[in-house]
Write a protein that binds this ligand. Structure first.
Ligand code: FES
Ligand SMILES: [Fe+2]
Length: 438
């Protein structure tokens, strides 16, 4: 449970909010690179931390992210002409480059120097790991790009998708550090009917290991990039299933996925009630095959490219899953009786149904946390502390140390009742690219 004040501090990320200030110290992904496929292609509308912007790729392949609103009389630059190294407003022809300089003002006399006095808000933008990233913080604090493993491999070894989700970022992030729900929310009674992606979890005698113990024991260790936690499920006499999950500041997860991939998701606030979700996977071996990509992209199913309208009348261009609150996530009650726990067909939508159903911003003053919520409590505590510290002038460590982002998750079946402690003793916890000890 949180106080109302802490819940607001945790969930509000707009300009001038303490959590918004903290998030602005980090580079954040805002688009897939393919959404700006070539120089001078059409601009794309985005919203990040409650700021409306337009992203474009100029003639020289530089990425620009500038205010949606033209500083002349506030027309949207989404309608602009992307030409000759700049985005030109089609109302009166004022033109801006990727740095926000006004480089042409044809509606004013040629001898006027007015254009030299006009600038549009712009943020540094980079292409990295198949995505477009922006930095919205003080320019003198701008760090290097985070060295996530999925960003540093060739495109052949990476899979990234993006979609909009309709809740505050934090309740979705909390779903990532909540191992206990896997035993219920993602349970299939009849594994033969589950999409292949959902039975990636290890099996014992035909049952998913996560089904065998619904009350995992959690151990959390804070690190310089966030925290790592181990969850222990008893799956047999003297045999445990350990899942070791990473929470990377300010909103990234790395979830153990036995077999083909390493990966997780991040939850970039568009505003306080909408998220731009990025789901990333990295192959640590061979390049992905088309079949593997198809399997990874099962969920969410049927993403559609949409022009999404917010209550305030603003728009973004994004993908949106077919299953939504407005259609009850297409719940199938027969399926719920006999095939899986939720009656909802695939993993991401099972999560989404739960976190969207909490309301746009979960009321944490009315919840009842148990021992299985230990990692969620840790995540909140760290974010609240860092946001408060920043207000007192203490800069967060992680964003200015891009090398700390290169971490992996682990899962293992082991007789060690204290596997997490073993990892810690071997110095593998909190270390970049943590791997299983031999
Ligand atoms: S509103 Fe953009 S040039 Fe006039
Ligand atoms: Fe989940």
């Amino acid at each position: 449970m949180l106080t109302r004040e802490d819940n607001e501090l945790l969930t509000q990320t707009g300009p001038g909010t303490p959590m918004g200030d903290l998030f602005r110290r980090f580079w954040q992904p805002v688009l897939l690179a393919e959404e700006l496929p070539e120089p001078d292609c059409p601009p794309v509308r985005i919203k990040v931390l409650s700021e409306q912007m337009v992203a474009f790729r100029d003639t020289n392949n530089e990425i620009g992210v500038i205010d949606n609103f033209c500083p002349h009389r506030r027309a949207s630059l989404f309608f602009g002409r992307n030409e000759e190294s700049g985005l030109r407003c089609v109302y009166h022809g004022w033109k801006y480059d990727v740095n926000g300089e006004c480089v042409d003002m044809p509606s004013e006399p040629a001898e006027s120097n007015f254009k030299d006095k006009v600038k549009i808000k712009s943020y540094p933008a980079r292409e990295w790991g198949g995505c477009i990233w922006i930095y919205m913080g003080p320019i003198e604090q701008m760090p290097g790009l985070p060295q996530f493993e999925w960003c540093m491999v060739p495109a052949s070894h990476r899979n990234v998708r993006r979609w909009i989700q309709e809740s505050n970022y934090m309740q979705a992030t909390e779903g990532e550090i909540d191992t206990s729900h896997v035993s219920f929310n993602h349970r299939w009674f009849d594994l033969s009917k589950a999409p292949r992606q959902n039975i990636g979890r290890r099996l014992k005698n035909g049952a998913a290991l996560t089904n065998l113990d619904g009350a995992p024991q959690l151990t959390v260790k804070e690190t310089d990039y966030g925290f790592i936690y181990g969850s222990r499920r008893r799956v047999d006499v003297d045999e445990y299933y350990w899942r070791v999950t990473q929470f990377v500041l300010p909103f990234y997860s790395f979830i153990p996925n036995p077999g083909e991939r390493e990966g997780g998701r991040c939850w970039v606030p568009m505003d306080d009630t909408h998220i731009s979700v990025f789901q990333y996977s990295v192959s640590t071996g061979e390049a992905y095959t088309e079949e593997q990509r198809a399997m990874m992209n099962i969920s969410p199913e049927n993403l559609q490219r949409v022009m999404y309208q917010f209550d305030d009348g603003s728009y973004v261009d994004t993908w949106r899953p077919q299953r939504q609150m407005e259609n009850d996530f297409l719940i199938d009650r027969d399926m719920q009786r006999t095939i899986n726990y939720t009656g909802i067909g695939s993993g991401r939508e099972q999560d989404m149904a739960m976190t969207d159903s909490m309301g746009a911003i979960a009321d944490r003053t009315r919840e009842h946390l148990g021992t299985s919520d230990t990692a969620i409590i840790a995540g909140r505590r760290i974010l609240l502390r860092l946001a408060r510290e920043l207000q007192e002038g203490v800069e967060p460590y992680a964003p200015s140390h891009p090398e700390v982002f290169g971490v992996r998750a682990i899962d293992v079946v082991d007789s060690q009742a204290d596997f997490f402690k073993l990892l810690q003793e071997k110095g593998e916890l909190g270390k970049s690219k943590a791997t299983m000890p031999a």
